[in-house]
Design a protein around this ligand. Structure first.
Ligand code: G6P
Length: 612
C-alpha cells in the first residue's frame, strides 16, 4: 500500500532511489515518482509517471544527477484517481518542500479547506498534498520542528518523509501505525517503508515506534516521541537475504516463491521440533503452564493468511481439543469483542502490517487476552503490538499472491497445535511423535512434487481450461480452506470469477451456476470425507460440468469420476492443506500466464494493505 524511500548521503542518489523503489513495488504499482534535491538545495527535480517503475525509469531518463538527497514513492491509490498530479512526491506552492506518504490523513478535508481559505491552490486530489503545504506554513528554518508541529494537526494512519530545499542533507519522517524505518549505512542513511528498499546497501536498521518523528542526515538519526530528542536508537542487524529480492532464474517472483516452499517449510520447522516430538516456540510469551490453561483461541487475519487460519482451526481442534474461532480481521474488529484473560488470540499476517489485523489484535489485547502475532517479518508492527510472536521463516515474499508464506503459516500453526496437544494431554506421546514425523516429511514431499513431472502436467491441464469464464471450487473438511485459497489465487492473478464453497453447501446455491462444460475444481484428497466428496462430484457431473480433482497420489478411484486429476503427495489427511494447495497454486499460475497476465503485479491489488 504505497512504498516510500528517502536517501541522504554522499552518493548520487537517483539510481539508489529507483532500485529501492523496485524493491518496494510489491506495495503498490499504479504510479510512481521521485524528487531530487538538486544544486545543493537550489531546487527540486520532480518526475512522476503513471504505471509501474519501468515507466518512471523511462520518464526519469538516463542522465546522471549529482543530487545526494532524494525521495521516491510507489503508489496504490486511496484518495484521488491514478493521475500524474496525484502521484507522489507532492510539493508545496513554492516547490521547496516535497513529501511522500503511505497511509491516510483522515482530517485532510478540513485542513484542505482551511489552507484553501488562506489562498493555497491545490494541484491534486490527494490527502497527502496538505502535508507539504502545512510544512511550508510551519517552517521556521527547522524541518524537524515543522514536521512535529504538523503531526499535531493531522489525524490518521500514515508514514511520510519530507525534504526541504533549505536543508539539503536532511530528511524528516513521521509515522503513525504505518511502517517507516531507518537504514543506517556507512556515511549515508535511508528512510523507507520496508527493509528490502535498502537491503542492498545496509542490513543495519533503526526501528521507529508509532507516533515518532525522525530526522536523519548522512551520519545521525534523531527521534522525537514526546520526551525530547533521542539520538541513540539501537541499531538492529537484520538477517534478511538480498537474494529474496531477485527472481533467481525464474520467470516471475510468484513461480520462484512457489518453488521456495520446501525451504520455507524446512526453515519454519527449523530446530523447533525436538526428537521426542516436543515443540519449542521460543517467543510465544506464554510459559507451558499458562498455555496449558488456554480455553479458547481466536484467529484473526485477512486474505491468504485468513485461509491459513482456517486450516489452523482444524489442526488445533483436532490435535489439542481447544475450540478455535477464526474470523476475517475486518469483521472481528467491529464486533462486540468477548475475548478476555485466558483467551489466546493469534493474529496471522505475513507482512505484520495489515491494518485490519493489527486493529483486531489491539481490540482483543485491550480486553486482556494474550495476543500472539504469527508473522514473517521481524520488527514489523504486529510483533510490537503483541505479547508473543511465532515467526514463519519463509524469506521475503515479493509476489502479490502469497504462496510460500501461506504454507509456512500452516506449518507454524501445526507446530502450535502439536505443542498444545501435548500440553492439554489430548495427544499421547506416541501420537505426538507420529505427527512430528509427518510434519518433518512435509517439506521433502513438496520438494519431490515440485521436481517431478506433475507441475508440467498441471500446466497442460490448466492450458485446456484457460479460457473458461468461471470456476467453481468445492471441498470438504480441510479441503474447504484449500478451495478458498485455490480460488483466491486464480481470481487474483487471472481475473476469472471464482466461487469456493464447502461441497455440502453446493446444493444450496452454487449448483445453479453450472452449465455443461463448467469447470469445477474439487479437492478430493484421501480422508474420512472422500466418499462424500465423490458424491458431490457425481452431482456436478450429472449437470454436465467438467471436474478437475485434486487427489492423493495413488488413489485409484478418482480417475473414474474426474475429467482431470491434479495429484498431490500422500500425507495424513489433516495435513493435505500443505500438499494440495501447491497444484492449485500452479494451476492458477498457469492459467494467468496462458492469458498473458502479470502475475507478480495483479491489477488493483497490493501486497501489504496498510489502510482499513
Ligand atoms: C493482501 C495481499 C494478500 C495477503 C493479505 C493479507 O490482500 O495481496 O496476499 O494475504 O493482504 O496480508 P498479510 O500481510 O496480513 O498476511
Amino acid at each position: 500500500m504505497c512504498g516510500i524511500i528517502g536517501y541522504v548521503g554522499s552518493r548520487s542518489c537517483k539510481e539508489l532511489i529507483l532500485t529501492g523503489l523496485e524493491r518496494l513495488e510489491y506495495r503498490g504499482y499504479d504510479s510512481a515518482g521521485i524528487a531530487l534535491l538538486e544544486g545543493g538545495g537550489s531546487h527540486l527535480e520532480l518526475v512522476r509517471a503513471i504505471g509501474n517503475l519501468a515507466v518512471l525509469r523511462e520518464a526519469v531518463g538516463e542522465n546522471s544527477s549529482p543530487a545526494t538527497t532524494g525521495l521516491g514513492h510507489t503508489r496504490w491509490a486511496t484518495h484521488g484517481g491514478v493521475t500524474v498530479a496525484n502521484a507522489h512526491p507532492q510539493v508545496d506552492a513554492e516547490g521547496r518542500v516535497a513529501v511522500v506518504m503511505n497511509g491516510i490523513i483522515e482530517n485532510y478535508m478540513s485542513l484542505r479547506s482551511e489552507l484553501a481559505g488562506q489562498g493555497v491552490a491545490f494541484r491534486s486530489e490527494t490527502d497527502t498534498e496538505v502535508l507539504p503545504h502545512l510544512i511550508a506554513q510551519e517552517y521556521r528554518g527547522d524541518l524537524a520542528e515543522a514536521v512535529r508541529r504538523v503531526t499535531e494537526r493531522i489525524q490518521g494512519h500514515y508514514a511520510f518523509v519530507a525534504m526541504h530545499c533549505d536543508e539539503p542533507g536532511r530528511l524528516v519522517g513521521a509515522r503513525k501505525e504505518c511502517p517507516l524505518m531507518v537504514g543506517v549505512g556507512d556515511g549515508e542513511r535511508f528512510l523507507a517503508s520496508a527493509i528490502p528498499a535498502f537491503l542492498r546497501h545496509t542490513r543495519d536498521v533503526q526501528l521507529l515506534e508509532s507516533g515518532e518523528v525522525v530526522s536523519i542526515d548522512a551520519s545521525s538519526t534523531t527521534i522525537w516521541n514526546g520526551h525530547g530528542p533521542e539520538a541513540d536508537r539501537p541499531v538492529t542487524r537484520v538477517l534478511m537475504d538480498e537474494d529474496s529480492a531477485e527472481k533467481g532464474g525464474h520467470e516471475t517472483f510468484m513461480l520462484k516463491e512457489i518453488h521456495e516452499q520446501p525451504t520455507a517449510l524446512w526453515d519454519t520447522l527449523g530446530d523447533r521440533l525436538g526428537a521426542d516430538g516436543s515443540v519449542d516456540l521460543e517467543a510465544l510469551g506464554l510459559d507451558d503452564a499458562s498455555l496449558a490453561r488456554v480455553e479458547r483461541i481466536h484467529i484473526v487475519a485477512c486474505g491468504t493468511s485468513f485461509h491459513a487460519g482456517l486450516v489452523g482451526r482444524y489442526l488445533i481442534e483436532d490435535w489439542a481439543r481447544v475450540p478455535v474461532h477464526c474470523e476475517v480481521a475486518s469483521e472481528y474488529r467491529y464486533r462486540t469483542c468477548l475475548a478476555g484473560p485466558g483467551d489466546l488470540i493469534i493474529g496471522i499476517t505475513q507482512s505484520g502490517e495489515t491494518a485490519d489485523t493489527l486493529a483486531a489484535m489491539r481490540v482483543a489485547r485491550e480486553r486482556g487476552a494474550h495476543v500472539v502475532a504469527l508473522t514473517n517479518i521481524m520488527g514489523s508492527q504486529a510483533t510490537r503490538d503483541s505479547d508473543g510472536v511465532i515467526f514463519t521463516r519463509a524469506g521475503l515474499e515479493i509476489g502479490v499472491a502469497a504462496t510460500k508464506t501461506h504454507t509456512a503459516q500452516v506449518m507454524a500453526l501445526a507446530l502450535l497445535a502439536l505443542k498444545l496437544g501435548r500440553l492439554k494431554w489430548a495427544l499421547t506421546s506416541v501420537g505426538a511423535l507420529e505427527l512430528a514425523e509427518d510434519l518433518r516429511r512435509l517439506p521433502d514431499l513438496v520438494q519431490a512434487y515440485l521436481h517431478s513431472a506433475e507441475p508440467a502436467r498441471v500446466y497442460e491441464v490448466a492450458g485446456r481450461y484457460a479460457s473458461c469464464p468461471f470456476f467453481l471450487y468445492l471441498g470438504r473438511h480441510v479441503g474447504v480452506p484449500v478451495c478458498f485459497e485455490g480460488a483466491l489465487k486464480l481470481k487474483e492473478i487471472s481475473y476469472i470469477p471464482t466461487e469456493a464453497y464447502p461441497a455440502g453447501e453446493m446444493k444450496h446455491g452454487p449448483i445453479a451456476l453450472l452449465e455443461p462444460g463448467s469447470p469445477v475444481v474439487v479437492v478430493a484428497t484421501d480422508g474420512h470425507v472422500f466418499d462424500k466428496v465423490v458424491s458431490n462430484i457425481q452431482e456436478v457431473k450429472a449437470r454436465g460440468a467438467a471436474v478437475i480433482a485434486v487427489a492423493t497420489e495413488g488413489n485409484e478411484e478418482i480417475g473414474h469420476h474426474a475429467d482431470d486429476v491434479l495429484w498431490c503427495p500422500r500425507t495424513p489427511s489433516i495435513l493435505t492443506p500443505v500438499t494440495a494447495i501447491v497444484p492449485l497454486q500452479l494451476f492458477a499460475y498457469a492459467i494467468a500466464r496462458a492469458n498473458g497476465l502479470n502475475v507478480d503485479q495483479p491489477r488493483n491489488l497490493a501486497k501489504t494493505v496498510t489502510v482499513e
